[in-house]
Structures are given as structure tokens and as C-alpha cells.
Design a protein around this ligand. Structure first.
Ligand code: GDP
Length: 196
């Protein structure tokens, strides 16, 4: 499939270093340790996200090429407690600049650890998505850490809050990288957003 040909394209420290803003791309966001890299790798059958963890690339937007017209973007993981505040502000500034200016951005995948959903940053992303009419798709990651019933309950609870506060702008599903749970559902959303 398309995603099997995914390959590293470029790291951008600023918006003006991003690839030409044409075609379509999906951005991956999430709190550090939420499982963003694992999700990216699982969904693309590649080891893309290792690139993003290479020292020196972690603070950047990392672009992966799917085909001539389509890309995935690994956004900087937010919430590293040990990162100095000026650096955090630097990330936030560039993240906001990217999100607000990128015409080819079709939607954002937001990874949330099922045991710690809806962090402050998650809520900011959801607010931004609603304000800018940018669709968000949430992966409740590490679903395998809970028993089946508990995972279902967590999904329903978060889904209810999302509906109440953010309406139809965000969709949500369970996901587990090691159990390979939720892959097809996530790939369907990706294909739809990428016009496939
Ligand atoms: P990132 O910082 O958001 O990119 O998170 P990673 O993908 O690097 O994952 C952080 C940690 O959580 C790693 O130890 C992963 O092995 C683990 N992890 C990620 N996804 C899952 C999952 O679906 N299930 C379980 N059990 N562990 C996961």
C-alpha cells in the first residue's frame, strides 16, 4: 500500500523550512510518551518515528513522504518537563505558526494515553481544531493497558466529553500498537483525509 513507501523527507525547525505547501498532509501530535511514535510506525509499517527521536531532530517538524502529493508530519511531542521554558515557548510558537498557516494540512491525529486523556495541551489542540475547523482524530493509545471493558468505558467517557465540548470536529477510537488494535479504523481516516 501507499504507506509502505513512506520515507523521511525533511526536518524543519521553522515554518519557512517546510516542504512546499501543496498536496495534502496529516500531522501527528501528542504529549510526550503518549505513543505517537509507536502509532506512526504501526500505521505506516515503517520505522519513521525513529528519525524523529534522533538527537537534534526532536524539536522539529519531521516530514515523511507518502507520495508526490501526500505527507505525514511528526509534530514535536509536548510536555517534556525537563525542557527549559524558553525552548517550550520556541516549540509552541513554531507549532502554532505551522498549524495556522499550512494550507495542505488536512487534519491532525492526536494521540492520548488512555490512562491520561484530555491533558491541558490536548484541550488546547481540540479548541484550536474547532476554531479553525480542522478535523482531529484521536487515538486513545495503549488500550492494551486496560481490560477490554475498562477500555470501552474510557472510550465512551472521553467520547462523551468530546461531543459535549467540541461537537463533531473530533472523532476518537481505541488504539494499541503491540496488539495492533485499531489500525484499519485509523488508516480509513487517513485515506479519507488524504483523498485516497
Ligand atoms: P511518544 O513519545 O509519544 O512518541 O511515545 P512512544 O511511541 O515512544 O511510546 C512511549 C512508551 O509507551 C514506549 O515505551 C512505548 O513502547 C510505549 N507504548 C506506545 N504505544 C503503546 C501501546 O499501544 N501499548 C503499550 N502497552 N505501550 C505502548
Amino acid at each position: 500500500g501507499l504507506c509502505q513507501q513512506a520515507s523521511f523527507l525533511i526536518s524543519a525547525a521553522k515554518v519557512d523550512q517546510c516542504p512546499t505547501d501543496a498536496g495534502l498532509e496529516i500531522a501527528f501530535a501528542g504529549r510526550s510518551n503518549a505513543g505517537k511514535s509507536s502509532a506512526l510506525n504501526t500505521l505506516t509499517h515503517a520505522n519513521l518515528a525513529r528519525t524523529s527521536k534522533t538527537p537534534g531532530r526532536t524539536q522539529l517538524l519531521n516530514f515523511f513522504r507518502l507520495d508526490e502529493q501526500r505527507r505525514l508530519v511528526d509534530l514535536p511531542g509536548y510536555g517534556y518537563a525537563k525542557v527549559p521554558i524558553p525552548l517550550k515557548q520556541h516549540w509552541q510558537q513554531h507549532l502554532e505558526a505551522y498549524l495556522s498557516s499550512r494550507a495542505s494540512l488536512a487534519g491532525v491525529f492526536l494521540m492520548m494515553d488512555i490512562r491520561h486523556p484530555l491533558t491541558d495541551f490536548d484541550r488546547l489542540m481540540l479548541d484550536w481544531g474547532r476554531a479553525s475547523r480542522m478535523p482531529l482524530h484521536i487515538l486513545l493509545t495503549k488500550a492494551d493497558k486496560l481490560a477490554f471493558g475498562a477500555a470501552k468505558n474510557a472510550l465512551l467517557k472521553v467520547e462523551r466529553e468530546i461531543r459535549q465540548q467540541w461537537g463533531d470536529n473530533a472523532s476518537i477510537q481505541l488504539f494499541s500498537a503491540p496488539k495492533r488494535q485499531g489500525i484499519e479504523q485509523a488508516q480509513q481516516v487517513m485515506a479519507q483525509w488524504l483523498g485516497l
